[in-house]
Every structure is written in structure tokens, then in C-alpha cells.
Design a protein around this ligand. Structure first.
Ligand code: TXA
Ligand code: MG
Length: 360
């Protein structure tokens, strides 16, 4: 079904206009419609989390597998009580330190608090309070917690601008609140706290780093459930992590060298050799670079530098979309160090590459 998608230029409006935009968008949500909104991580596609009909529209609009649960967004920390059966001391500390912000907590769900479609039948619910004014106003005005996955078609890179949302979902959703470009550019960190065991399982690395979690909870052990080694281990997983994600249409290959002083040059040399071979084979080539190394590919996307992983994160998804626009058939990506925010970047690159990482 095609609908007209309303676009509100929230950031360009005055106070009255913003209020009207939020009220119109909230009314659409209360009627069971889908409204995309900005957050500090990526744009979310919101629906009333209590309405099964509304939540089903999210899965239909995105083409999302129904066994992948949705994150529920709230506007005030106290709203978590409506959603979660229990909140431990450690969980509360994390909320107080990191909310509003890019941290999702997976909590035991209170029965009947949200549609079972939101949790995909699990007995837990992922909750977060986004750090974005338009988002917080929209959630408050809707008067309901909002289920919101990233506002992209399933398997496309997450949207970091309203324009990206329209590229994927125009005609399929009721509206988009344009709050400008997302500041972080990668999705939230998803954690499950095992309070009895004193562990924080990182189900998906994101805007809050392992080091930030460790500093907030010095007594806890931070366990990565998303790294390569953890893939086989018996630890709670985020169902979404098993799907091909964030992927450009071309084949993406990550090139990584053991960290020594010549690592960057060795990666660059390998990529340059591969480019020659691929171009001789008639491929349309792309390079995703976090350095100043020169490359002659059909399209070269530069995403900040290794020393500025925040910039790399912010620019990454837009760059992946541009490879599609340029028709790149093969993309070679420089790896970044798997630490700090780099863990989230490498996680997304590995997913976009469907695990194809070349170690040289
Ligand atoms: O930054 C974000 O988190 C963005 C913005 C819009 O808030 N949202 C987002 O949602 O990335 P989505 O649906 O694209 O990713 C949600 C992730 C998936 O990997 C999903 O499996 C996991 O969170 N998740 C949600 N509920 C869960 C639960 N109850 N248990 C384990 N993992 C859960
Ligand atoms: Mg997503």
C-alpha cells in the first residue's frame, strides 16, 4: 500500500512550528501510523509499542524478519517501570549515567506492557532513552513508549539523515521528522546485565564503549557477545546480530594487518594490488578508507581517520550508501583497530562484509 509520506523540517522550524510538527506526528502514531524520527545514533522508525497492528506495520514496511525484536524508546527514566518487571541496582546506575544516550538495556519484560510482536516472543525487552530533543518530545507527545528499529529497509545501511529514510521508506510510512544528521552515526550499545553474576554482556557494540561501561561498573566483568571469538560461546545473543546487515549491494571485503608500525602501509599496498586485479576483471571498485592513503578506485570514500573513530562512525553509513549509488561491485575496506568506538565500527564492517575479513 502506498501512502503519502509527510516530511517535517523540524530543525528549520521556529518554536511554534516545531510544536505543531511534534503534535501532528504524535497524532499519526496514536492512530497506529509509522513515523521516523531522529536520534543521536541513527533514525528510528517509530510505532506505538503497545499496538500489535502498529508494530506489525514496522515489520512490513522494513521487510524485517519477525523473530528480530525491537527496541522500545522512552522519554523519561521512570517510564522503564511500566516496561520492565525488575530493575537491578546496577541497571539503574547505567540508566542514570548513560540516559539519555546510546545504551539499550535488555530487561525482563512486564507482561502486557508491550505487544508480543515487539519482543518477538522473548521474556525480555530492550529499552532506551534517546538523546535527541525531537525524539524525546515526540515520545512524550505520543503518550506511549515507541518501538523503533533503525528506519531503513532490512539489509540496507541504517539511515543517518532524513533523506536516507525517504530513500528507503517514502510511500511506506506516514511521516519523517527531519532533525538533521545523526551525531553518532552507529546504533546504540545493547547490553544485558547479569547482576547475580556481576557481568555485563555486550550484545551489540555501539555508541557507549566497553571502557565506558567498565568505568561505570568497576566491579563488573564486561563480556563481549558480539566479537568473533564469542560467536560460538554459550552467552545471550542479540537475535538481530545473525542477519546480514548494513550491507552495500557490492561485495565488501575488510583488509586487516596485525598491528605493527607498517600495518597501514601494508593494508594500502594490498588494496592497491587488489584494485588493479579487480579493475582488469571489469569490476566497479570502491575503497572505504580511514586514512590518507592514495587509491585509484572508481569511488573512494574517506571516513575520518583512525585517530578520530567518532568521525569514522558518523560518516560510515552514508559512505556505504554512496557505494550503492556509484554501482560499486566490489568494495575494499581498511580495518580500524578493534578497540573503543572502533569495536562498533569493526562489528558493522564485519556484518557488511558477511564475515569476509582478509588478514595480511
Ligand atoms: O540506536 C539504536 O539502537 C537504533 C535507534 C533507532 O534507537 N535502533 C536500532 O534498532 O538499532 P534495531 O531494531 O535496528 O536493532 C535492535 C537490536 C537488534 O540487534 C535486536 O536483536 C536487539 O537490538 N534486541 C532488541 N530487543 C532485544 C531483546 N529483548 N533481547 C536481545 N536483543 C534485543
Ligand atoms: Mg537496524
Amino acid at each position: 500500500m502506498t501512502v503519502e509520506t509527510k516530511l517535517w523540517s523540524y530543525i528549520e522550524l521556529g518554536a511554534d512550528g516545531q510544536l505543531r510538527a511534534v503534535e501532528e506526528a504524535a497524532a499519526m502514531l496514536r492512530q497506529g501510523g509509522l513515523v521516523a524520527f531522529p536520534t543521536e545514533t541513527v533514525y528510528g522508525l517509530g510505532a506505538d509499542a503497545r499496538s500489535t497492528a502498529a508494530v506489525e506495520r514496522i515489520f512490513a514496511a522494513k521487510g524485517r524478519p519477525s523473530d528480530n525484536p525491537l527496541i522500545v524508546h522512552i522519554a523519561r527514566i521512570e517510564q522503564v517501570e511500566e516496561l520492565a518487571l525488575t530493575v537491578s541496582k546496577l541497571e539503574r546506575r547505567l540508566m542514570e549515567l548513560f540516559w539519555p544516550g546510546p545504551l539499550t538495556l535488555v530487561l525482563p519484560v512486564r507482561e502486557g506492557a508491550v505487544s508480543p510482536r515487539v519482543t518477538a516472543g522473548l521474556d525480555t525487552v530492550g529499552v532506551r532513552m534517546p538523546d535527541n530533543e525531537a525524539a524525546l518530545r515526540l515520545i512524550a507527545a505520543a503518550g506511549a513508549p515507541l518501538a523503533a528499529p533503525s528506519a531503513n529497509r532490512s539489509s540496507r545501511p541504517s539511515p543517518t539523515t532524513a533523506q536516507h529514510v525517504l530513500e528507503d521508506l517514502a510511500g511506506r510510512i506516514a511521516g519523517v521528522l527531519d532533525g538533521g544528521a545523526a551525531g553518532i552515526g552507529l546504533e546504540s550499545t545493547v547490553v544485558r546485565v547479569d547482576s547475580a553474576g556481576g557481568r555485563i554482556h555486550v550484545l551489540r557494540p555501539g555508541g557507549i564503549t566497553a571502557a565506558q561501561l567498565q568505568a561505570a561498573a568497576p566491579e563488573a566483568v564486561i563480556v563481549s557477545a558480539a566479537g568473533e571469538a564469542a560467536a560460538e560461546a554459550d552467552i545471550p545473543r542479540s537475535p538481530g546480530m545473525k542477519y546480514a546487515h548494513y550491507a552495500p549491494q557490492g561485495r565488501l571485503i575488510v583488509v586487516r594487518a596485525a598491528s605493527d608500525e607498517n600495518a597501514a602501509q601494508r593494508v594500502a599496498r594490498y588494496i592497491r594490488e587488489e584494485l588493479e586485479r579487480l579493475r582488469a576483471d571489469g569490476e566497479t571498485t570502491g575503497v572505504l578508507s580511514f586514512s590518507a592513503e592514495p587509491y585509484s578506485a572508481d569511488i573512494v570514500e574517506r571516513c575520518g581517520t583512525v585517530g578520530r573513530p567518532d568521525e569514522a562512525a558518523r560518516l560510515l553509513y552514508a559512505a556505504l550508501r554512496r557505494f550503492d549509488e556509484a554501482g560499486a561491485t566490489v568494495i575494499l575496506a581498511e580495518a580500524v583497530p578493534d578497540e573503543g568506538l572502533g569495536q562498533a565500527i569493526m562489528n558493522r564492517l564485519r556484518k557488511a562484509a558477511a564475515g569476509q575479513v582478509i588478514d595480511i
